[in-house]
Design a protein around this ligand. Structure first.
Ligand code: S3P
Length: 173
């Protein structure tokens, strides 16, 4: 992969609760770049919450909508920060599209830290029936190689606040 000059899109990936949205907003303030959340774009288009899309149409339909939005955002000409959903790495095509125009930052977090951050939030369909450290560990385990492969930059977020994580990213861009 050739070395690109800044600026390019910055895409935040990572498991649910890794801080993609909060870090995305902070980065957008620091860098004066527009921030867009893939899940929010999907929700606006469908006029439904992500959980309702899963419930009514199933995961496959959601993944298709997600891929469409990722492809569109990757092609945007103005430089943006975009925050994916945790499952964006499940489709290789998404990663190819993102890498065409952007740098992928993986926000890494441990199962315990993820659990602590999202245990009271019931909006995530994939953890709706089993919000536990075990379930998170199991899902994270299967996705780890995908995040590892996709990442241009890795930032460990355990025990750090949003400002610290954002500063680390900017330093390493
Ligand atoms: C998902 C993560 C969610 C959302 C959907 C599926 C996943 O986004 O896209 O519930 O497969 O990890 P967040 O990572 O923003 O919670």
């Amino acid at each position: 992969q050739s070395k690109r000059l800044f600026p390019y899109h910055i895409t935040l990936v990572g498991f649910m609760g890794s801080g993609k949205t909060t870090v995305g907003v902070e980065l957008s303030n620091m860098l004066a770049m527009e921030q867009i959340d893939v899940d929010r774009v999907i929700e606006e288009r469908m006029n439904m919450r992500v959980s309702e899309i899963f419930q009514l149409y199933g995961e496959q339909v959601f993944r298709q909508l997600e891929s469409n939005v990722v492809e569109e955002l990757s092609k945007r000409e103005n430089v943006i920060i975009f925050c994916s959903g945790g499952g964006v790495v499940l489709n290789e095509k998404n990663i190819e599209n993102i890498k065409e125009t952007g740098v992928i930052v993986w926000l890494k977090a441990s199962p315990n830290e993820i659990y602590r951050r999202i245990c009271d939030d019931h909006s995530r369909p994939l953890l709706k029936d089993n919000m536990s450290v075990d379930k998170i560990s199991q899902m994270l385990e299967s996705r780890l190689p995908l995040y590892e492969d996709a990442a241009d930059l890795v930032v460990n977020t355990d025990g750090k606040d949003v400002e610290q994580v954002s500063h680390e990213i900017v330093q390493q861009l």
